[in-house]
Design a protein around this ligand. Sequence first.
Ligand code: SF4
Length: 336
Amino acid sequence: MGGKRPLGVGLLSGGLDSILAFRILQEQDIELLAVSFTTPFFEATRAIKAAEMLGVPIIVLDITEEYLEMLKAPKYGYGSQMNPCIDCHALMFRKAGRIMEEKGGDFLFSGEVLDERPFSQRRWALKAVEKLSGYEGYILRPLSAKLLPETIPEKEGKVDRERLLDLRGRSRKRQMELAERFGIKEYPSPAGGCRLTEPGFATRLKDLMENEEVLRVRDIELLKVGRHFRLAHGAKAIVGRNRFENEKLLNMVDRAQDVLIRVVGHKGPLTLVPRGVTVSKDRLLTAARICVRYSDAPKDGPVKVALNLPGSVEYVEARAASEEELDELRVAHKEG
Ligand code: SF4
């Protein structure tokens, strides 16, 4: 009577496509295990929720270190922003593949749909992901399987190809119908969840990568807070936009290296210069002037500003930066 059930290890992002891929396979006699990942750019929260809904176990891996290494020079480049989707998928499958091997699993799968995304889901891209991951032939895409070459688990009869789908293209109509059929009511929008696809964040990240020799996790976390100004190669100023962000900056400060700037005697933002101890006095003065600009201090004359250096405080007189100066230094996404 029935031997061991095949085991499929699937990438679960928590988006509808990935949920559907699991649901489709749940209709067959297959054991499923979900894998999801965290980096400074995306989390596994939605995936954990989805796994619970699907009733499948989930393993969450923090892949930050390898991810940052890959992000510097992805073999297949970036999508419309800083999203290296092909290399990203390949890395995820490589990680999931290790788990598959450890658990004695039979195949990998994901919710990718042929031609749904212009960059990463073309036929050649799906093939490239397989090759780069090191698991060629073992990656099943249940939603488009009938349009793709037969995989090893299908050939071995572990997965019934006839019960897989032939979805293709950008229309979400059939996914919606399937969601209805499976009673899936809650799922996030398809684009959400990855900061690398957000134009504003991508612009800041690009600036960071062009101006820092080393890509540090804290610098990436700082990209999520405040207004950013590029003072010089290796030097930037980050200005809190509200009390919440000021507190956040305060919590992220590295007291041994950073310089924190505040206007004295007037309400205003915190301005953080990461690794400010290595930044020239001139640049710190520019940061002080930006800080004055966003404070309640009068803009028609110099005001007193405190530069909190590691172990000491220096006071300087600074005038508010002009709009032109701000425009020139601001790290911001420009439309069009
Ligand atoms: S959108 Fe982000 S998480 Fe998704 S494949 Fe692309 S880079 Fe990876």
